[in-house]
Design a protein around this ligand. Structure first.
Ligand SMILES: [Ca+2]
Ligand SMILES: [Ca+2]
Length: 70
């Protein structure tokens, strides 16, 4: 996995968090995956949530997101 800078991670997070709730849900990831079809499959997205969601609430906060990417 390629590492991102914090600014890059924030930009990506904001792009995925379309309702600006400050956390990413699987639905938002799915929408993002659909918009970027071919690069992010459903299985990849589910895996990402499992790995990045360290507290297990099935939402990814920026803190969790950053730990995963940056
Ligand atoms: Ca959200
Ligand atoms: Ca979480």
């Amino acid at each position: 996995m390629e590492k991102l800078t914090e600014a890059e991670a924030k930009a990506l997070f904001d792009e995925i968090d379309t309702d600006r709730s400050g956390e990413i849900r699987l639905r938002e990831l799915r929408d993002y995956g659909l918009a970027h079809e071919g690069t992010l499959g459903a299985a990849t997205l589910a895996d990402f949530v499992r790995q990045a969601d360290t507290d297990g609430d099935r939402r990814i906060t920026f803190t969790e997101f950053k730990k995963y990417f940056a």
